[in-house]
Design a binder for this molecule. Sequence first.
Ligand SMILES: Nc1ncnc2c1ncn2[C@@H]1O[C@H](COP(=O)(O)OP(=O)(O)OP(=O)(O)O)[C@@H](O)[C@H]1O
Length: 280
Amino acid sequence: MLSLKISNVSKSFINKQGKNHVLYNINLEIKSGEFICLLGPSGCGKSTLLNIIAGLEKPSEGSIFLNGTEVKEAGPDRAVMFQESALFPWLKVIDNVEFGMKMAGIPKTVRREKALKYLKMVHLTRFQNSLVHELSGGMKQRVALARALTLDSEVLLMDEPFAALDSQTKNILLLELQRIWLETKKTIIFVTHNIEEAVLLADRIIVMAANPGRIKKIYNVQLARPRQSGSLDVAYIVADVMRELKEEVEKVAKAEFDDDWDIKKDAVLYNADSNLGIGL
Ligand SMILES: Nc1ncnc2c1ncn2[C@@H]1O[C@H](COP(=O)(O)OP(=O)(O)OP(=O)(O)O)[C@@H](O)[C@H]1O
């Protein structure tokens, strides 16, 4: 059984204006097999927290404990997937999926078998010999997901992996990810500023507030899966979270725009795809 504990984590960066307190005293225990969404407006430190869990950034204070051991660096027990697929465009799909395993010295036959298993899981077997530049954005993210899955890590860390996709492709991948999570029983931490995305995916939504980034509220989402974008039960919870976040979203919008900019009543909140903090 996996245990992942975020203990008193704070993070600040030094910039020209002085110290930028990005995260303040984050505490969270994540259960084995849980689907966690980190939700919050732009700049509240979601990516920074994910990078600290990944071991790509160091906390200024506090620690991450994975199965009782303090995380000091990146490791194969935590696969990471970013907004951009970061695939090698000159390699075939199958070679991209095998790349991490090749670096880890896994023999050819074993890695081929595993690569094919996960390409099947993301429904891309037919494209195994295609070059990455021939694929659409959604297909690239599925290749990146297959590559991340080959690591067999207990934890999968995902930083807005579908944010750059059109909404139809995104909806398909949101369904696919729910299926893959149910099949693989991984512990997933998924960063998003999109409320509906969080409601569709999460067991628990960790709502973060900005300046400094901190946990504002935790929602348990107990809807049955698969959850469908636009369905009534999902929309109900989305509206509830939106009400909760109204103040936060407006605070960020005010900080990011000139003083003469006027927030039209509720315009920030009730946009069609329930995004927070971008496209304002
Ligand atoms: N390496 C870094 N050096 C200096 N400042 C940084 C660094 N990484 C992040 N920051 C700052 O930390 C703050 C939080 O950034 P972060 O990317 O974690 O937020 P976020 O909630 O993921 O936002 P977004 O949704 O816009 O990606 C921002 O003010 C950012 O400028």
